[in-house]
Design a protein around this ligand. Sequence first.
Ligand SMILES: Cc1cc2nc3c(=O)[nH]c(=O)nc-3n(C[C@H](O)[C@H](O)[C@H](O)COP(=O)(O)OP(=O)(O)OC[C@H]3O[C@@H](n4cnc5c(N)ncnc54)[C@H](O)[C@@H]3O)c2cc1C
Length: 549
Amino acid sequence: MQFSYSSRDQIISSLSSEHYDLLVIGGGITGCGIALDAALRGMKVALVEKSDFASGTSSRSTKLIHGGLRYLKQMEFKLVRDVGTERAIVYKNARHVVIPEKMLLPIVKNGSLGKGPTSLALWVYDYLAGVKKDELRKMLSKEQTLAEEPLLNKEKVTAGGVYYEYRTDDSRLVIELAKSAVAHGAVCLNYTEVKELIYDESKMVCGAKTTDIISGKSIDIRATKVVNAAGPFVDLIRKTDQSLFGKRLQLTKGVHIVFPYEKLPLQRAAYFDVSDGRMIFAIPRDGITYVGTTDTVYNQDIDHPHPSLHDVEYLIKAVNEMFPSVKLAVKDVISSWAGLRPLIYEDGKSPSELSRKDEIIVSASGLLSIAGGKLTGYRLMAKKIADIVAKDLLSEAKNFPPSSTQTYQLSGGEFKSDKDLQDFLTSTVTDVANQYLPNYFLHRWVFRYGRNTAYILEQAEALKSRYADAEHVALAAEMQYSFENEMVANETDFAVRRTGMIYFDKIRLDRNLSFISEYFSELLHRTEVEKVAALKHFTEVVKEVTDFK
Ligand SMILES: Cc1cc2nc3c(=O)[nH]c(=O)nc-3n(C[C@H](O)[C@H](O)[C@H](O)COP(=O)(O)OP(=O)(O)OC[C@H]3O[C@@H](n4cnc5c(N)ncnc54)[C@H](O)[C@@H]3O)c2cc1C
């Protein structure tokens, strides 16, 4: 079935009429990872997401596939080893959206670690995380550190270290997982909310009553096993299951802010000390530099975490202290995002001390809930859950093979090596047939869609006579592709989670708001009244990213 908004009726009809081996609640990295692992084993899988795919925490992270350096501070050695190993696998499986990034670790007077301990910590990290030879840590003198990044505070910096993180686009990773799961038979639908669970006569969970948010229709989905991968909402589903006792979530909010690159022109991504003992990232990419994150206990509306003025000022103060010549102010922020970490509560621990380990909770009804964890560890989490489900399904005389995700390349990520990816990039950018398109788009598409860029180029070819402006041809081709192949339901899905334009290409987004909204109005056959309302809503969403109170 096509993973397209136009196939919603067909998808809904299969969700309500078929019986599934597994129903997954939540279309973040955890849920989509589980759907893929299970579908690859041959299970019949359904997944529902109440908003858009990746609209929860999985589009609001620091966007790094970590090696787990910060866990060393908490002495979580096994976690460092696991995430390091995993990082190498995730990279090979999705090279187009997982990119090595050299990270500078400035050492400052009265900072959390001196040069000796930092060198040792990075050495342990290299060893535990199995870091590649050419990415091993390098220690730097004060002069070398300042040469790597001249904007650093010369009064404070005493030395530095260089190590590697891998950057990603979290929501692209989720979408590639969902597309891959669907390609292997999973039925995945966004804007479909689980309202309550369905139980059999033995009080075992056997499905869910859901609502299609777009049409308002109810859909009952039946499945042998149900997995709750609702991220920050995991406990709400457990409450519905009347099994919310024992371990509970502690939500903490993390904020990131975005500056135009010219305002914070770092040569290198940096991970640096803040005066309160925490550490934050400043990461230049795609014409912007983003900074984050905060970590504060959160007890407010789970659906709408938002950066407060206090969060923004905290991050700006930290940047101005470390890079004093940039003198940033709140008015320089062009975008932002806030996410909620679904961590497991531990008595007496501060937000930063809470473990990032994942936990699986099995309730008396058989509901499997999974929380905690990281983007980086999504594949292992998915494997663990699918192993449990496969074992339980043995009682139904269904025998499924083990996980095959270790070597499975995600949709668009079918590259044998870095060279293969680079060759693909070069041929896409230099192909004479593509020269009418702005180079910017060609480059972005390869790192957004990988091999699937070919389909967008086909769309562009078909649309090129319609628009005089090449930027419009490119945007229309991308919108058309995401509408037909990535289950985009509106302009916000497109600008926030399919392209990240709202964070990484805000100026181009601002000048094309009406164009994008009009294109979706046409795709969705909106009435005049609906068109006006859609543009108004879209404009508000875009404005919100710089509205801090
Ligand atoms: C600020 C911050 C920075 C981070 N940085 C990193 C990083 O750099 N690297 C890293 O590895 N990890 C990072 N993490 C952690 C990582 O982002 C999360 O662990 C991960 O995204 C959680 O994914 P998830 O799928 O479990 O939850 P989510 O992404 O929140 O997905 C759960 C989904 O369930 C849906 N849902 C909820 N209730 C229902 C219902 N009733 N019916 C249907 N659907 C429902 C929600 O809408 C949501 O989309 C960071 C987290 C934060 C907050």
